[in-house]
Ligand binder design. Structure first.
Ligand code: NDP
Ligand code: OXD
Length: 309
């Protein structure tokens, strides 16, 4: 039994070294190192090239090295009957919450607007909003959304959340399913998308949804670019119904240099960096699952293939 790491970036060796530091006896290979595919039982991956995973006839588990797994289901050659796990980590959730809190505070205190006019030496005393005047609506109340909700409530924000199944969280107004979506949106000033990307949520941030938000609402997408219909956002911003948007994720990453988002006066962006798996924090759960696999025990943080998350 051995492990292969397949990533689409430069971080493969960092993960390999951290895993070996935690367990020097591991047999573990980077995808581009010489290895026998028939010996690989577990693949640890981040956006592997389509077709890569189907080269491993003995594969029993695929571990996403992030929270999302959408990129796996986009691979038509994804081996069937192989367990899929993902990262569930308090540090990942805390990092996301801190990031979104930063964006929300920057928004209601106009910090991004001041930065924008600074090069023009423009004195612009804009009116600010207080925390108690703002309702934040979170789409997705999973590991990340529920942590964000707790922190927002602690800060004093009026906070509401929307999920697939009914939830009950202290201090949070909970909405669930299609039946509640319109009422959830109608009272939301700042909308945060923290949904997984699945066939049901692809394109959910579209003109019909935006129209259900109050005039002047602001949208923050830190989930996946595939949730957003880009043209609908541009249209509704130009029509003035939404006041602005903050985007961390994009349909195509990196965003192409000529994309209209770069220079749009109502859009602020970051390069898919809201929350990044912390190697040292995540390695123990990967090793735990590898041991469970060897011992025939149930794996932790399993993804449901039927739900797609
Ligand atoms: P979880 O799987 O823990 O939570 C997903 C939530 O979305 C659940 O509350 C679920 O409802 C809800 N949901 C799923 N489908 C629907 C639907 N059709 N309608 C309504 N609600 C739905 O995911 P995480 O919180 O761990 O992560 C969320 C996403 O954040 C990831 O999939 C990833 O795409 C993104 N992400 C982005 C990062 C970044 O840096 N920008 C970093 C990390 C993650 P229910 O509870 O009822 O199942
Ligand atoms: C993740 C991400 O899904 O980094 O973890 O986007």
């Amino acid at each position: 039994m051995s492990i292969v790491i397949i990533r689409n970036d430069q971080k493969t060796m960092v993960w390999k070294e951290a895993l070996l530091k935690a367990d020097p006896d591991l047999e573990i290979y980077a995808y581009d190192e010489d290895h026998d595919p028939s010996q690989i039982s577990m693949a640890m991956v981040w956006k592997p090239p389509h077709g890569a995973l189907s080269q491993y006839p003995s594969l029993q588990a695929i571990a996403s090295l992030g929270a999302g797994v959408d990129f796996l289901f986009e691979d038509e050659t994804l081996p069937q009957g192989v367990a899929i796990t993902r990262v569930v980590d308090p540090i990942l959730a805390a990092d996301m919450s801190e990031f979104v809190l930063g964006v929300i505070l920057a928004r209601i205190k106009n910090l991004l607007a001041f930065k924008r006019v600074q090069p023009k030496a423009k004195w612009l005393p804009l009116e600010y909003k207080r925390i108690i005047e703002v309702t934040v609506g979170i789409m997705g109340l999973g590991e990340l959304g529920s942590r964000l909700a707790e922190d927002l409530i602690r800060f004093g924000f009026d906070t509401r959340g929307w999920s697939r199944s009914e939830k009950s969280l202290i201090g949070l107004s909970c909405f669930a399913g299609d039946k509640d979506l319109a009422s959830f949106l109608s009272g939301t000033d700042l909308l945060v998308c923290l949904l997984p990307l699945t066939p049901n949520t692809r394109g959910i941030l579209n003109k019909e949804l935006f129209a259900l938000l109050p005039k002047g609402a602001y949208v923050i997408n830190v989930a996946r670019g595939g949730h957003l219909v880009e043209k609908d956002l541009l249209d509704i911003l130009d029509q003035g119904h939404l006041s602005g948007a903050f985007l961390d994720v994009f349909a195509q990453e990196p965003l192409s240099e000529d994309h209209p988002f770069w220079k749009h006066p109502k859009i602020d962006m970051s390069p898919h960096i809201a929350s990044v798996s912390d190697v040292n924090s995540v390695v123990p759960q990967l090793l735990d699952n590898y041991r469970r696999l060897q011992e025939g025990q149930p794996l932790l943080n399993l993804v449901s293939k039927s739900r797609g998350y």
